[in-house]
Design a protein around this ligand. Sequence first.
Ligand code: FES
Length: 170
Amino acid sequence: MKIECTIDNKHLLLTINSNKPLNLILMEDVEGMPLNSRCRDGNCGNCVVLMDDEAVLSCLIPAFRLKGAKILTFEGYQKTRFWHDLERAYEDSKNQPCPRCIASKTLIFESLLQMMGKPETGDKGDDVPNTETILSELRLNTCNCLDAEELIEIFTIAANYRRRRRVRRN
Ligand code: FES
């Protein structure tokens, strides 16, 4: 089937099997897309991408669900200004996810930062997700390189940077 979607801000028309999972599409059909995709059946949580701003396991997203979707991989995300909020949070907290899970955990953090609201739609942008929500979302990735306290600290610092960014823009 033919599917139109946007991957890392590139508008693409893909001709693929409708059930092919997104992680394989990224690795095989989209040039230059490395993905730390291990188990390929929804267990490791190392294949997270943002799909319309929501963190999803790309190995569980069949091609037909991509119609019109906006996909952002970690590589694409690192080219956005939003990456700097998490990059600085990792530096400030002196904690960073390990090389195996940094891509997925970062994108999950970003999906949580997106939950803080979008000021451009009239939202004040300070609706911070609670601890339970943060930890439950982060469980999408099963790597235990950071404990709950460290994860919450990273998110809190990143949320402060994001809030300041928004204040500067308004
Ligand atoms: S590849 Fe392991 S959860 Fe997707």
